[in-house]
Design a protein around this ligand. Structure first.
Ligand SMILES: [Zn+2]
Length: 313
C-alpha cells in the first residue's frame, strides 16, 4: 500500500503476505498431515495464551523460536497446521497450557502486539494465524447449539460437537477504523476515555448485525463525535486477533464539522491540519500515533509520509 501523497508510508503490519500457502484442502487429510508432521524439514512453534517464544539473532533480526517436529512437546498439546512456505517447509503450531521452559537464554515470550513489528513477514503471518486460532479455540470449547464440549478437528480450524454433530468455524469480528477529513483537508482524531494522556487516533467501531461496513463507518462516526460523513472509501484491512477482529480501514469525508464527543467512548475529538498535528506532536501535547495498528498508517496516508516522533519525556 502506498501513500495518497507520496510513497513514504510504511506497509501495514500483519497485512503483508509472508508467502505462506495455507493448503486448506489438506486440513482433513490425516495421512497427508501425518506425513507433513514427520518430514525432517517441518518446523513447529508453541503458542500459549496468545504468546510464543521469540529470539534476537546476532545480525539484529527477531525470529519465532521453532523446532523440528521430533523435538516438539506434543504431550497435552493441540496441533494446528498453518501451511507451507515457498521452499516447501510445512509449519505447525502447538497450542499448550504453557510455553516450553528450556529453549536457550535468548528466547523470550512475546505476544503479537510486541513481536509483530519485529518479525519477518513470514513469522508474523504464522504467528497471527496461530494466535487467532488459539484465541478462538480457548473461548469456544462448548457447542453453541447444544452446550456439549466440542472437539478440535481440521488441524485446528474446526470444532465439532460429538453430541449433535454441529461444526463450528473460527469466528472473526469485523471492525471499521476510519480517518475522517473535512473540506479543508483537516483530519479528525479522537481520544478514547481510557487512553494515556496525549494519545489521539482514528475513530473505530464494531460492525453490527445486519449492517454494511460503510453503514458502520457512518453510524460510528455520528455516535462517537456527532459528525455526518459521506464519501466512505475502503483502503485496506488488517487481521487484529485481540481477540478475534478484522480491522477494515477507511477514509471518509465529513459533511459537518461541529464535533460533539459522546463522552462515553470518546472523551475528546479535534480537527488537526498537518501543521497542527506536527506542532502538537513536537511539543509533546499529542503522542505520535504509532505501533502496529492500521490507524497509524491511515494517519500517515493523510499526512503524506512518516509522522514526527514524540519528544522523549
Ligand atoms: Zn452440539
Amino acid at each position: 500500500m502506498s501513500s495518497i501523497r507520496d510513497g513514504a508510508v510504511q506497509p501495514i503490519t500483519l497485512a503483508s503476505t509472508g508467502g505462506i500457502d495455507r493448503r486448506a484442502g489438506y486440513r482433513m487429510d490425516e495421512a497427508w498431515l501425518a506425513a507433513a508432521w514427520s518430514h525432517p524439514s517441518t518446523r513447529v512453534f508453541v503458542v500459549s495464551d496468545g504468546q510464543a517464544l521469540v529470539e534476537d539473532t546476532p545480525d539484529g533480526r527477531t525470529e519465532l523460536v521453532m523446532m523440528p517436529s521430533f523435538d516438539a512437546p506434543l504431550t497435552e498439546a493441540h496441533r494446528y497446521f498453518l501451511g507451507v512456505d515457498q521452499e516447501g517447509v510445512r509449519y505447525f503450531a502447538l497450542q499448550k497450557d504453557s510455553l516450553p521452559g528450556r529453549m536457550g537464554d535468548a528466547a523470550r515470550p512475546s505476544g503479537l502486539r510486541g513481536a509483530a513489528g519485529l518479525l519477518s513477514d513470514r513469522d508474523a503471518e504464522l504467528l497471527v494465524h496461530a494466535v487467532a486460532l488459539e484465541n478462538w479455540q480457548r473461548m469456544h470449547r462448548f457447542c453453541s447449539r447444544c452446550g456439549e464440549r466440542s472437539v478440535i478437528a481440521a488441524a485446528g480450524h474446526i470444532r465439532r460437537c460429538p453430541a449433535c454433530g454441529a461444526e463450528h468455524y473460527p469466528r472473526t469480528d469485523p471492525a471499521v477504523i476510519m480517518l475522517v477529513t473535512d473540506d479543508r483537508d483537516r483530519a479528525l482524531l479522537g481520544r478514547q476515555v481510557h487512553w494515556p494522556k496525549g494519545r489521539f487516533s482514528t475513530l473505530a467501531g464494531f460492525v453490527e448485525p445486519g449492517e454494511s461496513i460503510e453503514q458502520t463507518v457512518i453510524r460510528e462516526t455520528a455516535e462517537e463525535v456527532g459528525i455526518r460523513v459521506g464519501g466512505v472509501r475502503y483502503v485496506a484491512s488488517q487481521p487484529w486477533p485481540f481477540p478475534s477482529s478484522l480491522m477494515l480501514g477507511f477514509m471518509a469525508r465529513a459533511e459537518t464539522t461541529d464535533v460533539r464527543a459522546d463522552g462515553d467512548e470518546i472523551e475528546q475529538a479535534r480537527w488537526f491540519s498537518r501543521e497542527d498535528l506536527r506542532a502538537a506532536i513536537e511539543s509533546g501535547e499529542v503522542l505520535s500515533p504509532s505501533g502496529i495498528s492500521i490507524a497509524a498508517r491511515l494517519v500517515e496516508m493523510w499526512y503524506g509520509g512518516p509522522l514526527p516522533r514524540s519528544p522523549r519525556p
